[in-house]
Structure formats: structure tokens, C-alpha cells
Design a protein around this ligand. Structure first.
Ligand SMILES: C[S@@+](CC[C@H](N)C(=O)[O-])C[C@H]1O[C@@H](n2cnc3c(N)ncnc32)[C@H](O)[C@@H]1O
Length: 228
């Protein structure tokens, strides 16, 4: 999959060059291209923003550089669905990540300052928020979306590795343990040492149910409804 990211801070994206995403890029499963929005300005100050019509203190991203940047990104990523990061968008969930991971490409616009000229939304496929809070810019949301989508691209994680993850169904993931068997007097549950895979699977399922009931009653309610 190819992901293009349009930003005024391309230097912020170093985390996408680490770990699993780095390996995905090496395996040619993922290609990330950063576009500096300032490269799409015409003036010597490379001005991407201007004052808001109607007044107000905040600066607003101008249409022209954003339209031009999206158009250039589309040339190289023609099937890329355009996502705009915005606190007013639909909430980014695991379901949304799954949907995006089935696309051939994505083009993500990172806003900044007060926001983006409303006319930009006419060239956007999805308006996405990562939560009900306001960040200074769309760079962190773009990284969140990219990271979450990338790990769902077939081949990026070992087969079936994400199947039991939280939010894949209605249940949260079960508790996991590794060596040593006892640490500071805290023991690994006996069942996990038993080698009885059927019993272990049952225990894990129970644990997933129990922790979902306690931590996320909203999800648990949904789980019971789907189960009945
Ligand atoms: C300071 S915010 C603008 C907030 C806008 N004035 C509002 O209240 O809806 C600047 C940029 O950060 C990004 N942003 C901030 N919070 C976000 C969130 N929760 N989800 C996605 N993007 C967000 C968007 O790209 C937004 O254009």
C-alpha cells in the first residue's frame, strides 16, 4: 500500500521509519511519501495560511497549496483515498482501519493552526478524527492512522497475529505473560503452563470476557447482544 502524507512538518514523521513499519517498507508492503505543503506555494515566503474571512485570531490553510499537493499526490497514487484529519471527523476505530487497509492507497492531509479552508473538503473522501480532543496539528493523527492501517496490511505482521487483538471483535485481548514463571512473588497462572491447549483457549476466552465486562461495559453489552 502507498500512503502519501501532506504536511508542513515532514520532519515529525521519523517514528514511521522504525520497527514494524520499517520492515514493512523494506518488504515493499508499504510505501510512505511525505509531501511538504510549502513546496506547493508560489510566493517567496512559502505561505500556506492566511487570515480567516469574518475575522478571528487563528490562521487558516489556503485552498491552493492543498489542492495542488493532493493533485500531485494523486498523480503518483491514483487510487489513493483522500483523508483529512479533523477533530470534527468520524472517529477512527479498528473498523475504520480495516476498511482503509483494504484500499490500494491513502492520501492524508494534516491541518494546522485554526484549521483548513472549508473548500478543501470538496476533494476529500473521509474526514477522520482520532478522538474528542483538539491537537495542534494533523501530524500525530496521520501517524496514528498510518501505523494502525499498516499493521493490517497482509504480510506486515505474522499470519493471524492481529486476529485476537482488542477491538477485532467485541472483546478486549486476554492477559499475556512471559518468562520467568515467578517474578517478585507474582506467578503466571497455572493453566498457561499446563500444555492443555483446549483448556488454555477456554481460559483466555473467559479472561477476555471478564476484562471486557470490567474495563469496557459498553463493548461487553454489544458482545452479549451479538452472542445471543
Ligand atoms: C488546532 S486543530 C483545528 C481545530 C478546529 N479549530 C476545530 O475546533 O475543529 C488543527 C488541525 O489539527 C488536526 N487535529 C486536531 N485535533 C484532531 C483530532 N482529534 N483528530 C484528527 N485531527 C486533529 C486537524 O488536522 C486540524 O485541522
Amino acid at each position: 500500500m502507498r500512503i502519501d502524507i501532506i504536511t508542513i512538518f515532514p520532519g515529525m514523521f521519523a517514528p514511521l521509519e522504525q520497527s514494524i513499519l520499517k520492515r514493512a517498507a523494506e518488504k515493499k508492503l508499504l510505501e510512505i511519501k511525505l509531501w511538504d505543503l510549502r513546496d506547493f506555494t508560489q510566493d517567496k515566503h512559502r505561505k500556506v495560511d492566511d487570515t480567516a474571512y469574518g475575522g478571528g485570531k487563528g490562521m487558516v490553510f489556503r485552498c491552493e497549496p492543498v489542492f495542488n499537493a493532493v493533485s500531485r499526490a494523486k498523480n503518483e497514487n491514483p487510487c489513493g483515498k483522500v483523508i483529512i484529519t479533523s477533530p470534527q471527523g468520524s472517529l477512527f476505530t479498528q473498523e475504520a482501519a480495516k476498511k482503509f487497509s483494504r484500499e490500494q492507497g491513502l492520501i492524508i492531509i494534516c491541518g494546522h493552526y485554526e484549521g483548513i479552508d472549508e473548500r478543501v473538503f470538496s476533494i476529500v473522501d473521509y474526514e477522520v478524527s482520532i478522538g474528542d480532543y483538539v491537537l495542534t496539528g494533523g501530524e500525530l493523527p496521520a501517524m496514528v492512522i498510518t501505523d494502525c492501517v499498516a499493521r493490517l496490511i497482509p504480510g506486515v505482521l505474522p499470519k493471524e497475529a492481529s486476529v485476537d487483538d482488542s477491538f477485532n471483535g467485541c472483546l478486549l485481548d486476554w492477559p499475556c505473560y512471559t518468562k520467568p514463571e515467578v517474578f517478585n512473588g507474582l506467578r503466571v497462572p497455572e493453566i498457561l503452563l499446563s500444555g492443555n491447549h483446549k483448556k488454555i483457549a477456554e481460559w483466555r476466552c473467559k479472561q477476555a470476557e471478564e476484562r471486557t465486562r470490567k474495563k469496557r461495559p459498553d463493548l461487553y453489552k454489544k458482545y452479549l447482544k451479538e452472542k445471543s
